[in-house]
Design a protein around this ligand. Structure first.
Ligand code: MLT
Length: 328
């Protein structure tokens, strides 16, 4: 083929591609977008994702459908998101456990949190509350640790599955406090909390957005919080740091990710919609009422989430090595 023709063909292809991506950028989204939540419905991740999805959908002009795909501490739904078509219509509600800690905890993981995903934007963080069933003999956090020491393996702590934040925090606190507990995995913090309320298990760590209502209704008793300072909503509940674990602080971080190769126009449009939503004081005010910790706006961007994810993958390698919490 003569050089001129080859050049003309290439120019035509490039022009066609440019027109196509311009059309995509101008029209995306043209149909509902799916967010995969790797935990059962009714838990903190599900609740926070649905509240943000509802507002971002309004900005995008298309519904956001929540697809609950639980299992293995969130790694099942995450692998599903990694394999999804990178067309802007499937995204993952990512989380500290399966996007930060999992590479350090699982020898075999069906995805790479950094290589297989495009970071889109970051949610605010949620601290956790240690709660026990109403009838449990422990009156405070020291009482629970003493109970655990006197009754090894007779302390049944429910969680959202291996590698979830309710599992990781329970494992970290137990190993730091030197007690052996029985960690009972569920498909999410929602079902795990139901069994604390029902008295089938002794307690759990749950995020504030779903824990606070149960504490306020005295269906469970709060013994400690994982935040650096006490929460205004739970003034009488001490932090782990001021009681049994000086310096201890933890909260669950989240972010929206898309499969690698998703068009930049889609990533930018969804991020812009979210950043606009997070300027709404009434909306963020409701989050603060649930003790959800708002971040400085520059930390909400996809770029910031990308850096945070890389740093967390490295941090959890150190934590896992120091506390030798591994899962397989
Ligand atoms: C967890 O990691 O414990 C979760 O956030 C659980 C959930 O949302 O169900």
């Amino acid at each position: 083929m003569p050089t001129f023709t080859r050049f003309a063909v290439r120019a035509t292809i490039a022009a066609t591609l440019a027109t196509a991506s311009l059309a995509f950028a101008q029209t995306y989204p043209i149909k509902p977008v799916t967010w995969i939540v790797p935990f059962a419905a009714g838990g903190p991740t599900d609740a926070l994702a649905r509240s943000i999805a509802e507002r971002v959908a309004r900005e995008l002009g298309q519904p956001i459908i929540i697809d609950n795909s639980p299992g293995a501490g969130g790694t099942v739904g995450t692998a599903k998101a990694a394999r999804a078509t990178p067309d802007g219509y499937t995204m993952l509600v990512g989380h500290m456990g399966y996007m930060g800690a999992a590479p350090a905890l699982y020898k075999k993981l069906a995805y790479d949190p950094v290589k297989d995903f495009e970071p889109v934007f970051r949610f605010p963080d949620t601290p956790l509350v240690l709660m026990v069933r109403k009838e449990h003999p422990a009156k405070d956090i020291q009482g629970l640790i003493d109970f655990g020491k006197k009754n090894p393996d007779k302390l049944f702590i429910s969680n959202a599955g291996v590698g979830s934040s309710s599992h990781l925090i329970a494992a970290l606190v137990a190993s730091s406090a030197g007690i052996k507990v029985t960690l009972v995995p569920y498909k999410g913090a929602g079902p795990a909390l139901v069994d604390v309320i029902g008295g089938q298990v002794d307690g759990m760590f749950d995020q504030t957005n779903t824990a606070l209502p149960q504490i306020t209704e005295t269906k469970v008793r709060a013994l400690a919080v994982t935040s650096k300072v006490r929460l205004p909503q739970l003034k009488d509940v001490p932090t782990l740091a001021e009681t049994v674990l000086p310096g201890f602080e933890a909260s669950t971080w989240y972010g929206i990710y898309a499969p690698k190769g998703t068009p930049k126009a889609a990533l930018d449009k969804v991020q812009q919609a979210y950043l606009k939503v997070m300027t709404d004081k009434a909306f963020t005010g409701k989050m603060s009422e649930q003790a959800i910790q708002l971040l400085p706006p520059e930390q909400y961007t996809g770029a910031a989430l990308g850096k945070h994810t890389e740093a967390e993958v490295l941090r959890w390698r150190v934590v896992a090595a120091k506390t030798n919490i591994s899962l397989d």
